[in-house]
Design a protein. Structure first.
Length: 147
């Protein structure tokens, strides 16, 4: 792996964590959205990530012992909706109440979402630090030739 690949790897990590932050923010924003049915209720969303292996980028390259080589980043496979049960509350005077007086609220756990937001924010910052360190190393390499 060359030093230049570090920027691609860290960049893909930053892209993935940015998407994770956006889906978490969307979940928190919709945490108290009321609905009259389970079909129209908001459901928590989570991104699904997968590692990009070096062998995927370079099909002729195999790692030691025929294994897939080192990682080359992360990609987003998609965004899935949670299948956890919705919250059903009896609120007969609510404008979104169904004929039985129940209102459906999303299956969003705000505490879990906040922890996820902190984790993704820290992961994003770590990728920024990796890029800054690689940049500093490349600048030092360039100064070696000046001496």
């Amino acid at each position: 792996m060359s030093l230049g690949n570090i920027f691609d790897i860290a960049g893909s990590g930053m892209t993935a964590q940015s998407l994770r932050l956006n889906t978490t923010a969307s979940n928190i924003a919709n945490a108290e959205t009321a609905s009259s049915s389970t079909d129209t209720a908001y459901r928590a969303r989570k991104p699904v990530f997968a590692a990009i292996q070096q062998a995927m980028l370079n099909p002729g390259h195999q790692g030691a012992g025929g294994s897939e080589g080192p990682g080359a980043g992360v990609r987003v496979e998609g965004i899935v909706e949670s299948d956890a049960e919705l919250q059903m509350r009896y609120e007969p005077h609510h404008p979104a109440a169904n004929e039985d007086g129940y209102v459906f609220y999303p299956n969003v756990n705000v505490v879990e979402e906040m922890a996820d937001m902190m984790s993704s924010s820290r992961s994003f910052q770590m990728n920024v630090d990796v890029m800054n360190t690689a940049k500093s190393m490349m600048q030092r390499i360039l100064t070696l030739g000046q001496q």
